[in-house]
Design a binder for this molecule. Structure first.
Ligand code: C5P
Length: 316
């Protein structure tokens, strides 16, 4: 394959995720928890564009752009760096130059919807495409897992079981579409802080290595395969929810409001603070979003359905 001309750019679209189940087990030697989780990609997207440049740079646009770091603390920066430093060694090709990365952001920032991980996955895919798609999907998955636990799923999308740290992803059978309303725009929460609170609540003696094993959520997986949203709703679960609500008790009112307004179920997304409500169909999702917006319980409300594919090249 050929490398794209020096002036060209590549844009990748990448979705947000919600965790339909998130079971948290014991920690490993690095302090990471073993997870059994069901990821579900929904149609809220960031777009990442990369182009050749004199030096590595990162810019961000979108409603919450000012909340996004534009230095090495951004996973997308590290994804680009990883590609620049090892691509030529892996592919046996000439070293490639730096890239300018631009993120057009619609996924809530620090919202528990893996927006930062999505941008990292999109950057890996976009840079690989810019440079001629020399890396195999397996190499990209390895880089993704090194960058963060949620990055491999962002490459795949769909509905998938995540084990290990959440980075071991295998597709899950799911029938039909699920219709969601996402309440977001709350002040961001740090994922490590939520896990620390989980440990405080669940392992008071600090023996997080002795927490019960996280088993795959069999009933939820069966409900997804059958495709009845009402049954799926009964099996949504999140072990981190109690910790998130302990840090942010105000979110309880949002959960209550969504349920009172007709959601089949509501759940904190990942480590939060975004909240995902499952509804019966698209019309119910629109009605719920209007109701929630009128109540002003959440700064922002979005309607999205899933599953959708993971990171995909849309131009370039
Ligand atoms: O892997 P990632 O960088 O996304 O994880 C962010 C933080 O979340 C980790 O530093 C850790 O505190 C916590 N975490 C965890 N167990 C996991 C995944 C994340 O404790 N399986």
């Amino acid at each position: 394959m050929t490398t794209r001309a020096a002036t060209s750019s590549v844009t990748v679209r990448v979705p947000a995720k919600v965790n339909l189940a998130l079971r948290v087990g014991p920690t490993d030697g690095d302090g990471y928890h073993a997870l059994a989780t069901v990821f579900h990609a929904i149609g809220l997207y960031d777009e990442v564009t990369v182009r050749p440049a004199d030096r590595l740079s990162l810019t961000v646009s979108g409603p919450q752009a000012e909340l996004v770091p534009t230095d090495r603390s951004n996973l997308a920066w590290r994804a680009a760096e990883r590609m620049m430093h090892t691509y030529d060694q892996l592919c046996g090709v000439m070293p490639r130059g730096p890239v300018a990365v631009h993120i057009d952001k619609a996924i809530p920032v620090a919202g528990g919807m893996a927006g930062g991980s999505a941008d990292a996955a999109a950057t890996l895919l976009a840079v690989n495409h810019l440079w001629g798609d020399e890396l195999m999907p397996g190499d990209l998955r390895t880089f993704a897992a090194e960058l963060g636990s949620d990055v491999p799923f962002a490459l795949e999308g769909g509905t998938a079981l995540g084990t290990g740290r959440g980075d071991e992803v295998s597709p899950a059978l799911s029938r039909g579409e699920l219709h969601w309303v996402v309440a977001h725009g709350f002040e961001g929460l740090s994922t490590p802080a939520v896990y620390r609170e989980f440990d405080r609540l669940n392992a008071p003696d600090h023996r997080t290595d002795l927490l019960p094993e996280a088993e795959p959520p069999t009933e939820l997986l069966q409900a997804l395969a059958a495709g009845d949203p009402a049954v799926v709703a009964r099996h949504l679960e999140n072990d981190l929810q109690e910790a998130t609500l302990s840090l942010r008790p105000d979110l309880r009112a949002v959960l209550d409001a969504g349920r009172e307004l007709g959601a089949l179920s509501g759940i904190v997304s990942g480590s939060g603070p975004s909240i995902a409500f499952l509804t019966a169909d698209h019309e119910s999702a629109i009605d719920l979003s209007i109701g929630l917006a009128a109540l002003r319980e959440a700064p922002e409300v979005a309607v999205a359905s899933g599953p959708v594919p993971g990171a995909r090249v849309v131009s370039g």
